[in-house]
Design a protein around this ligand. Sequence first.
Ligand code: TGC
Ligand code: FAD
Length: 393
Amino acid sequence: MATTSDRAIDPLDYVGVDALLSDDEKAIRDAVREVVRDRILPEVGDWFDKGILPREVFTEFGQMGFLGAHLEGYGCAGVNAVSYGLINHELEYGDSGLRSAVSVQGSLAMFAIWRWGSEEQKQQYLPRMAAGEVIGCFGLTEADAGSDPGSMRTHARQDGGDWIINGSKMWITNGTIADIAIVWAQTDDGIQGFIIEKGMPGFTAPEIHKKLSLRASITSELVMADVRVPDENRLPGVQSLRGPLSCLNEARYGIVWGVVGAARACYEEALSYATERIVFEKPLTAYQLTQQKLAEMVLEINRGMLMALHLGRMKDEGKLRPEHVSLGKMGNARGALEIARSARSILGGNGITLEYPVIRHMNNLESVFTYEGTHEVHTLVVGGAVTGVQAFR
Ligand code: TGC
Ligand code: FAD
């Protein structure tokens, strides 16, 4: 059998993306990689199996500076966009649920306050959220308003110095364990964001069970029945859908990086498995059909990394537009899902058990394909950008 010894190519970094990172970026990447290897990988299969995410993960991530890491001030690390992307990438190598927890805390809940909140709100919440002492969630989606959040029914009406909020939100990551919820509601002056604190009368956050995806992540409903919220808890900076959508840009950017991490985990497992597995008297790697699968994975992963890195550099230069992020989310989430499915097939029967990470990633990526704007929504954003014609409606 012909072999390729003395390979000039690193199968884990085919085009040498590593060399495009600064020393600081590599140091951050390596620190997160170590945490994922030592703390997360030994446990996450079990968390997924049990459908839990231990709360202490937030405090540990807070101590490591992962929460709101890309934000400046208020106890946040203030790292550049590429480093923030690398944090998401390494966490999602562990599990999409961990990246989700960090995305929702930092890019959605903290960013909403950081970008649209009052100085008092920033001082009050952000340092404790950065430390993981206060967990946040972000309530935009409703049971009948997902891709089209502008059709939300949740409503807030002013009552003296307070607001009375009624409605419900669906599919809310971190909801049940959150200490505060950023809830977006229709008002007479447009869509506005409110900080609802756990324990406010009329507010509940029941957990959604029976999920087959993102099981190492808490997903919840938020129910608001005449919840009275003081005006100090309203985010004063925005009265439009632009408010929540600006937060989504941040989280979607993290996903562009994150999903390549999940894909990398699947590819590495498939490569290692195929090298060891003997079928018809030869290793699985010796068959053309397997090599095609692995080559396609390498192509997608390297393409995805280069896209993520380029978008990250654009973000650091202040040139990144939401339409760019949509292209990245659309391409990388689809690519990662395809890689996970292909890797699962390489593992044969072993591909369907939690003894290996692949089916866990594959199931998670079905959610990632759907949340933060479905694949179709991002396709339409890109379609609109290139044609000048908006085709959502
Ligand atoms: P449209 O009329 O186009 O815009 C309304 C206002 O918003 C502005 N805008 C944006 N601003 C910032 N960033 C963006 N990406 C923006 N897109 C639009 C726009 O300029 C306008 O501003 P103004 O000042 O004139 O009022 O809005 P539309 O109703 O036609 O909707 C457009 C569409 C479909 C793209 C949008 O609704 C959309 O993105 N839908 C998808 C919803 C979505 O992604 N939901 C995600 C929920 S959060 C989540 O899934 C968390 S998952 C957990 C995890 O991350 O781990
Ligand atoms: P729908 O909008 O009903 O879409 C159904 C199908 O129709 C999709 O294939 C969609 O692409 C397609 N479609 C929609 N519009 C069009 C169109 N114009 N043209 C063609 N096809 C179209 N939301 C939050 O607010 N906060 C969270 O923390 C959060 N976490 C989540 C966690 C998980 C695990 C999941 C699964 C979801 C989460 N979401 C969250 C909600 C998520 O953002 C929505 O599920 C998503 O936006 C899609 O909305 P929907 O489920 O209502 O699907």
